[in-house]
Design a binder for this molecule. Structure first.
Ligand code: UD1
Length: 449
């Protein structure tokens, strides 16, 4: 532990939330963008939010500290989950701006409270590790959210198959194990779920016997979680395939782990470069995690090259060409890139179709893009996007993270100024957005409403 290490306390995080409340429940910052500047330069890709969240939960599985580097510490979601973990008894130390050390010597509380879980659904990921190590947990049901109802039934039924006794009371999932803890099971997920795969992997590493997960998610973030658990002493095989096998061990220990680079951030800045023109080097990206995005981007006319640890993106001045995509579990096209890809299509030659198969109600960016001049027709879970010559700046807002960043992309290329409200959505998942895009020549600033 360095002298500079700090403890992020639950109180600090509560204070930030009190500020939000003073501002009427919403952080009142806006982002203002004057469109039309090409992007040129370098952007360093941060650690992946969706890898970091389950990784942080592994700290519940051991009393010895785990050190995470390349951690996107400043993200809203990382702060929220840190608050949940601190409430449960995890000691959290900030070593430097991208390194955190966490360990859970004892359990202080078994309850992840509604006031935190409602802010971020991924808080449900504490359920598996709490049950696995301590045999009890109470986690608030996340409730509905802007991109559909998003139930947790797959998490619950898999834990029940492992011997957990689970009741739903007062909006909480209350779970405990019989004496002797969880037992390994043969689990066939009815649907591919990233969160359920992660939760059950973390429950199974300390269970008695072998757990096999069929129809498991194959996302790179699952592989990253599995690799960290293996460093902690877990026995896991089949990572990156649809069948994962976990042999339970009696105890796990701390380790050092570097968080996987964020493939969604990488893809987002690829589209920013494609829309505005210019040449951008994305440092610390992982092209191998983005195959399903690269193919349609290349079809649309974007040049993408791997140069050592960097990814070089440019557009050769030719117009973008319409192309179709459909979201699917990995290795298919990621639902978290759907909104950004739709923004790209608004300015293509011809038309493109976007079909969303993972989440209901994930087209909230459409009316806002239309207010900026886009031509989009939605029918069921598909949208037809007919390319227009220009988008126009407007005052817009979005109700989720990826929809918000899709509006940032539109603003970068629109005529005139765009004001994006509800910036707290962006702060949940994109580090230093103003700094990163500003350094490449975007006219972007943060302002108060
Ligand atoms: C994760 C990602 C999110 C991404 C999503 C799909 C994190 C923190 N979030 O979310 O950014 O958009 O994967 O790639 O990693 N479902 C059920 N029952 C369940 C669980 C899920 O029906 O118990 C459904 C969901 O409603 C959805 C689908 O399964 O329709 C996929 O959801 P899931 O993969 O679980 O998404 P998350 O893990 O919540």
């Amino acid at each position: 532990m360095t002298q500079a290490a700090q403890i992020i306390s639950f109180q600090d995080i509560k204070d930030t939330r009190a500020e939000d409340r003073k501002a009427g429940g919403l952080a009142m910052d806006q982002i203002k963008i004057r469109g039309g500047n090409r992007l040129n330069g370098n952007i360093r890709i941060s650690g992946a939010k969706n890898a970091a969240l389950p990784l942080l939960c592994t700290s519940l599985l051991t009393d010895t500290p785990i050190t995470f580097s390349n951690m996107p510490v400043s993200l809203g979601d990382i702060k929220t989950l840190s608050a949940v973990l601190a409430e449960l008894g995890t000691d959290i130390r900030l070593i430097d701006e991208n390194t955190m050390e966490l360990g859970t010597p004892t359990l202080k509380s078994k309850r992840a409270p509604y006031e935190l879980v409602r802010k971020m659904r991924a808080s449900v990921l504490v359920l598996g590790p709490l049950l696995g190590r301590f045999g009890e947990a109470e986690v608030s049901l996340p409730g509905g959210c802007a991109i559909g109802t998003r139930p947790v039934d797959l998490h619950i039924s898999a834990l029940e198959e492992m011997g957990a006794i689970i009741t739903l009371e007062d909006g909480y999932v209350k779970a405990k194990t019989e004496q002797g803890g969880l037992v390994g099971a043969d689990i066939k997920f009815a649907k591919v779920s990233v969160g359920a795969t992660e939760n059950i992997m973390m429950a199974a590493v300390l269970a008695k016997g072998t757990t096999t997960l069929h129809n498991a998610a194959q996302e790179p973030e699952i592989v990253d979680l599995g690799e960290c658990l293996i460093k902690m002493g877990a026995k896991i095989s089949g990572l990156g395939t649809s069948t994962i096998t976990i042999d339970g061990v009696p105890a796990l220990h701390g380790c050092d782990h570097s968080v996987l680079p964020d493939r969604i951030e990488t893809g987002t800045w690829m589209i920013a470069t494609a829309l505005t023109g210019g040449e951008v080097t994305l440092e610390n990206g992982r092209l191998d995690t983005l195959t399903a995005l690269i193919d349609p981007l290349r079809k649309a006319g974007v040049q993408i090259e791997e140069r050592g640890d960097d990814i070089f993106v440019h557009r050769n001045g030719k117009p973008l060409v319409g192309t179709d995509i459909m979201t699917e579990p990995y290795p298919g096209f990621p639902t978290d890139m759907q909104a950004q890809f739709m923004t790209l299509l608004t300015l293509c030659q011809g038309a493109g179709m976007v079909t969303e198969t993972i989440f209901e109600n994930r087209f909230m960016h459409v009316p806002e893009l239309c207010r900026m001049g886009a031509d989009i027709t939605v029918q069921g879970n598909s949208a037809i996007i007919r390319g227009v010559d220009t988008l126009k700046g407007a005052e817009v807002m979005a109700t989720d993270l990826r929809a918000s960043v899709a509006l940032v992309l539109a603003a970068l290329v629109a005529d005139g100024e765009t004001t994006i409200n509800r910036v707290y959505h962006l702060d949940r998942g994109y580090e230093d957005i103003v700094k990163k895009l500003g350094a490449c020549g975007a006219d972007i600033r943060r302002a108060k409403e």
